[in-house]
Design a protein around this ligand. Structure first.
Ligand code: SF4
Length: 346
């Protein structure tokens, strides 16, 4: 099991719940837009939000944004150690750096000193675009070179007395991501930030991340998750939440089970299931809801559901734990069933 690391008010690692991370599409210095976006992401379940830091103005914006949104913020810095120092000073709750590109050993030492005195953690790691030549020459471009590159970055920080570290080893495909995290989890106890990087557009990107994160979570690997998508960060957060829930690691959500329908179905079950899913999207309580295609088999097939509905030719039935509770006219189905859901979560 990984060790615990505190990022702002959130603790990750050591068996804590998996935190969802995303990345803003705005510069932190664009504060109005950054705050508006962060509030929407927070509402959707984003636990940690990362920003690219391009200049001094960006670095100084963290404290102000944090005051308004309240979730931990991460500063992502490349090439200029002074921006790392400014972001730490500016209230970032964590920084993401590559010790190899921020200006040499003495600059790393300065950042390490600032990290130690502020107490905030740092994420280091590697991705397939940043594999250290030393390791790609030795092992080729694979999970070993990917993980060893990340461990080299870890060693640089440890040499300067930094031990408040989060690690990532990212690839843009699921099989390599899985192998790299399995490898590195056997070599370090630092918490692991997992996800498939540059996973692509929404549909395939979510599938790649679900495959990788699902396999890793089943192995007990992974402490934070970012579903990296070429899409609105809100889609990333929702997908990450759904992946964590589907992996059985978050009970506080409304799970809508629905049948695929067959020749027995005589109502628009799919559209109704879609409506119910949207209605319960923000419920943060354990509830299993079934939407089934026919009253003949539906209640029995969805016996595990806390509450369910099954449609027929002229009417629908609402059932609880497989037992039919009431029969309703089709035109009243939406109002009646959503009302029953409201009563369940009250
Ligand atoms: S619940 Fe009814 S409609 Fe749905 S798959 Fe089963 S038999 Fe078919």
């Amino acid at each position: 099991m990984s060790v615990k690391v505190k990022i702002g008010d959130i603790t990750i690692g050591g068996g804590e719940r998996i935190a969802v991370q995303s990345m803003s599409v705005f510069k932190p210095s664009d504060t109005d837009k950054a705050i508006k976006e962060a509030l929407v992401l927070r509402e959707a379940g984003c636990d940690i939000l990362r920003y690219s830091v391009n200049d001094e103005k960006d670095a100084k914006s963290f404290r102000f944004i944090k005051e308004k949104v309240g979730i931990p913020l991460v500063a992502d810095i490349h090439f200029d150690y002074r921006l790392a120092l400014a972001a730490i000073d500016g209230g970032a709750d964590k920084i993401r750096i590559n010790p190899g590109n921020i200006g040499g050993e003495n600059k790393v030492a300065e950042v390490a000193a600032a990290l130690k005195s502020s107490g905030i953690p740092v994420r280091v790691g590697s991705n397939t675009g940043s594999i250290d030549k030393e390791f790609s020459d030795k092992y080729g471009r694979n999970e070993i070179s990917l993980a060893e590159s990340a461990l080299k970055n870890v060693a640089v920080l440890e040499k300067h007395g930094v031990h408040n570290i989060v690690v990532s080893v990212k690839a843009s495909d699921a099989p390599l991501t899985i192998k790299a995290y399995r490898y590195i989890s056997s070599r370090t106890e630092y918490p692991l930030h997992v996800g498939v990087t540059e996973a692509g557009t929404e549909y395939m990107g979510i599938i790649k991340n679900a495959v990788a994160a699902g396999a890793l979570f089943a192995d007990g690997i992974g402490d934070t998750l970012r579903v990296s998508l070429s899409a609105d960060p809100l889609r990333e957060v929702k997908a990450a939440r759904a992946i964590i829930a589907a992996a059985g690691l978050d009970d506080n959500f409304a799970d809508v089970v629905a049948c695929p329908t067959c020749g027995r179905c005589e109502w628009d079950c799919m559209a109704f299931a879609d409506k119910v899913s949207r209605y319960v999207a923000n419920i943060k309580k354990p509830l299993k809801i079934a939407v089934m295609g026919c009253a003949v088999n539906g209640p029995g097939e969805a016996k595990d559901a806390d509450i369910g509905i099954a449609g027929g030719k002229d009417c629908c039935v609402i059932f609880v734990k497989g037992e039919i509770k009431k029969k309703i006219a089709k035109e009243d189905a939406e109002r009646e069933f959503l009302g029953e859901i409201d009563r369940c979560i009250r």
